[in-house]
Design a protein around this ligand. Sequence first.
Ligand SMILES: Nc1ncnc2c1ncn2[C@@H]1O[C@H](COP(=O)(O)OP(=O)(O)OP(=O)(O)O)[C@@H](O)[C@H]1O
Length: 376
Amino acid sequence: MTSDDIKAQLAQVKYPGFSRDIVSFGLVRSAAFLEESGTAKVSLALTTSDPQMPLQIKTAVEAQLRGLPGVREVIVDLAVTSVKPPVTGGASGTAGVGGNLAGGAALPEGMAHAVAIASGKGGVGKSTFAVNLACAAAQVIAASQGRLWGRQRSPRVGLMDCDIYGPSVPLMMGLSGRPEIEGDGAGAMIIPMVHHGVKVMSMGFLVDDNTPVIWRGPMIMKTVQQFIQNVKWGELDLLLIDLPPGTGDAQLSLVQTIPLDGAILVTTPQAAATQVARKGGLMFQKVNVPLLGVAENMSDFVDSSGQHHALFGSGGGAATAEQLGTVLLGKVPLLSAIREGGDLGQPIVVREPQSETAQLFRDMAEGLLKGLKKRS
Ligand SMILES: Nc1ncnc2c1ncn2[C@@H]1O[C@H](COP(=O)(O)OP(=O)(O)OP(=O)(O)O)[C@@H](O)[C@H]1O
């Protein structure tokens, strides 16, 4: 029996209510086997709102390790951070199973709501969607204040790009360079960059393309915590968070770190994307983050004569929403103007504010802002 054997055994212990184990959930801080005394020593850290959860996990760990050859004693040290359950409700505020992992800390003062933009598959246009929704929300808020679109004195919408592997938000928002830092030492705050009426923070401002990907993985939790706590967001009506694509550990960890009001899933209509999107939806439901809706991207290709072509099939977004018990927020067409806008740092919502697509994004943003306000 070795410390590695103990760790391998812990990987057999499922998080209650989940098919995933406590090691891949990131609960295990250390695991050791002291040969002389036959002691298996395990240190766990857990964030939960369910008072039953710590005991359930401790019991499961003890049961797994006790009786193993050479193990005479099992010591489980469990650090528990209790959190209040998030406000559920919305389109599909399911109760979830196995206790709430979401919401490791409160939102910073002045930040009203945080919503994640997620996708199961990569390349479905999640960042494009997040960027346009953020700009649209800024326009809606500016209009409600009687100002011209994007001409807010102080932006009330933030966009946080957590896609550490391929941060594309800076390019799409027309931003480059490094953000300024205010203060120094532990109290130093990063000043988000501002463009198109949106405050933006991205890993892309901090790492260059040469940073090895292997270094980025472990940075993700820490970075995200810092992006919430050490960035001077100021007063915000809405922070949109562009998650990395997928439904793996990184996404799950992020979802636990941020007290989200909800999540929006972006998918293309084809089956390959919707199947993975559904997995993502279930992940959010399991950790009690309400799904606020599904957005279908690249729905129809509209040719120069105005004809619609369903290049990626049709109906996938609506079917995904129905299966997850949530709503279809909208169908964004496949348009070269959307891609061009992204490449030029001028999202279509900003570049062609009178277009149907810009209006669609404003409608979605308005619905989101109203829905969040109602629930708070
Ligand atoms: N509706 C659309 N019409 C035309 N092009 C689009 C549309 N949506 C996204 N694109 C283009 O598709 C490409 C991928 O989009 P994007 O980077 O937003 O995807 P993503 O899901 O965020 O990808 P990642 O896997 O990096 O997270 C980009 O070149 C973008 O400009």
